[in-house]
Design a protein around this ligand. Structure first.
Ligand code: NAP
Length: 505
């Protein structure tokens, strides 16, 4: 067990532009469950006088960090430097717990009080990050703060290194969407605090989540030095439902884990850099990764075929990486099993019972490839119907299936149809890949999960077919990941509920 450090502060940053609005924000912040507020006094226009500052600070029940950021450090204050420092001194005199003073203010001019010495880089992660961090650490400030712009989640891990190597309480943040893990996991790294906004649109820096997102979605109150970390790698990744699903599952099962989004730009080097950075830091207790577009093949390359499920290797895609405490990695593809089990469970048959059954797969992309590979493995007789016939033929050749154009699908003789095209997906919900359900068809599985009941499934129901939804597949694959990583039974009902709530919202 890692030694437990003082609880990392959840700091709600307040960016109101008038004193009245700031008071209102303060009372709202008190009800969010944050423990500290940062009053961004530079947002106020006109700038507050000493009496205003004293009233603002005095009225707050929570601990206050007073900040009056100048334009040169990414803030809004445009007045004389002496006025700015006087505002901070007034805040300190009025009882603010901390005042944030930029590191470039000469020591002789610094206001007195408990100082957070801060540096910001809105362009990149500075090449001399370690040197800058050491400089902050050597000052006589009470707290170090360094915020820089992330180009990859690896930069978030560099922020953790800064926190862990400092001799004083430290805030180190990687800004921007790729840096989000540095904010969510500040408690894991033992940071002095992390900043969060009161509501969407009120952020004081790029990539800042809301207090509610940190607490309700990212398990802020449960994260400590022993928390195990998981995440989803993708580009884009902000839309992913996986953090909500897995974090709810950790909550429901009492597992000390957290799951974060990881925005990694396309390219094997970017993928490898991040994985190397994770494996170089065993203290992170990083135990699992979901992998989505465009990195599933990169994941296979990184893990190596010898460490992967052979069917994942045949599919050419790893969507799940499991990391052991000793740093060993394993790759799996939960998509194929999720799809096949959704189908077999609905039909009340085993995977082996698929042998010899006629199956029509519509589409020849990534989802189709995983499903066709599994159907071949379990000896079903598969025909692929795809818009681009050559692509369907190439997939069929890889797995001993047949291929035809999508327009030939209605003449099929299959018992089971599996739609792996996006036709009928939100927002074009009035479309269907089949104009009518062919006579031979008894089971229709649509891998689309938004909407859950597609036009194709509605037609299949009307024709008396058994139907299988993409939601079943989606929940199955997330549950399979959870079970691989934790060795515990996944709370499927909770996971399904989370997906349905997201689809409703
Ligand atoms: P993909 O790799 O982009 O492949 C899309 C396939 O659909 C291709 O075969 C493409 O044909 C075909 N297609 C696309 N638009 C079409 C159109 N307007 N008319 C005819 N054919 C069209 O995508 P994917 O990753 O395989 O995903 C496909 C679908 O599977 C997604 O939309 C999603 O709904 C579903 N899915 C569900 C889950 C789940 O967990 N439930 C997981 C993954 C995917 P061409 O080859 O001619 O371009």
């Amino acid at each position: 067990m890692e030694p437990q450090l003082p609880k990392t502060r959840l700091i709600c940053t307040l960016t109101a532009t008038t004193i009245d609005a700031l008071s209102e924000q303060m009372s709202q912040a008190a009800s969010t469950g944050c423990d500290t507020v940062e009053c961004r006094l530079d947002y106020l226009g006109p700038p507050p006088g000493p009496g205003d500052v004293a009233a603002i600070v005095g009225a707050c029940d929570l601990d206050v960090i007073a900040t009056c950021r100048p334009v040169r450090e990414g803030g809004k204050f445009t007045g004389p430097e002496a006025d700015r420092l006087a505002i901070l001194q007034a805040a300190s005199d009025a009882g603010a717990g901390y005042i944030d003073v930029e590191a470039d203010v000469p020591p002789g001019e610094r206001p007195g009080g408990a100082v957070i010495s801060s540096r910001h880089d809105f362009e990149a992660c500075p090449e001399n990050l370690d040197e800058l961090a050491a400089g902050l650490d050597a000052s006589d400030a009470a707290v170090n703060k360094i915020a820089f712009t992330a180009s990859s989640p690896s930069d978030a891990l560099r922020a953790f290194d800064v926190i862990r190597s400092s001799s004083k309480p430290t805030i180190a943040l990687a800004m921007g969407p790729a840096g989000l893990p540095s904010r969510i996991l500040a408690g894991k790294a033992g940071a002095f605090g992390t900043f969060a906004s009161l509501a969407g649109g009120l952020e004081s820096a790029p990539g800042q989540p809301t207090v509610a997102a940190l607490r309700d979605l990212y398990r802020w109150d449960h994260i400590d030095a022993d928390t195990e970390i998981y995440g989803v790698i993708g580009c884009p990744v902000a839309h992913s439902m996986s953090p909500a699903i897995h974090n709810a599952a950790f909550g429901a099962t009492g597992i000390n884990g957290v799951y974060v989004p990881l925005l990694i730009e396309p390219g094997g080097e970017n993928f490898n850099d991040f994985l190397d950075a994770v494996l170089a830091r065993p203290w992170l207790d990083w135990r699992g990764l979901s992998v989505t577009i465009p990195h599933k093949h990169n994941a296979l390359d990184f893990v190596g075929a010898e460490n992967c499920d052979p069917l994942a290797v045949r599919i050419g895609a790893v969507n799940t990486i499991t990391i052991s405490p000793d740093g060993a990695v394993r790759g799996d593809n939960t998509d194929y099993a999720a799809a096949i089990d959704a189908l077999c469970d609905a039909m009340g048959i085993t995977r082996e019972d698929l042998a010899g059954r006629e199956v029509a797969v519509l589409g020849a992309g990534g989802a189709a490839r995983a499903i066709v590979a599994a159907l071949a493995h379990y000896k079903a007789r598969t025909t692929i119907y795809n818009r681009t016939v050559a692509r369907g033929e190439a997939l069929a050749a890889d797995f001993g299936a047949q291929a035809a154009g999508l327009d030939a699908a209605e003449a099929m003789q299959a018992e089971i149809v599996i739609n792996c095209t996006p036709i009928g997906m939100h927002p074009l919900i009035d479309a269907s890949p089949l104009d009518r359900i062919p006579e031979s068809v008894k089971v229709v599985f649509d891998t689309i999960y938004n909407p859950i009941r597609t036009k194709l499934l509605a037609a299949a129901e009307a024709a008396g077919c058994l139907t299988v939804t993409g939601l079943d597949m989606f929940v199955n694959q997330a549950a399979a990941q959870f079970e691989m990583w934790t060795g515990k039974q996944a709370p499927r009902d909770v996971m399904r509920q989370v997906v349905m709530q997201h689809l409703d919202s």
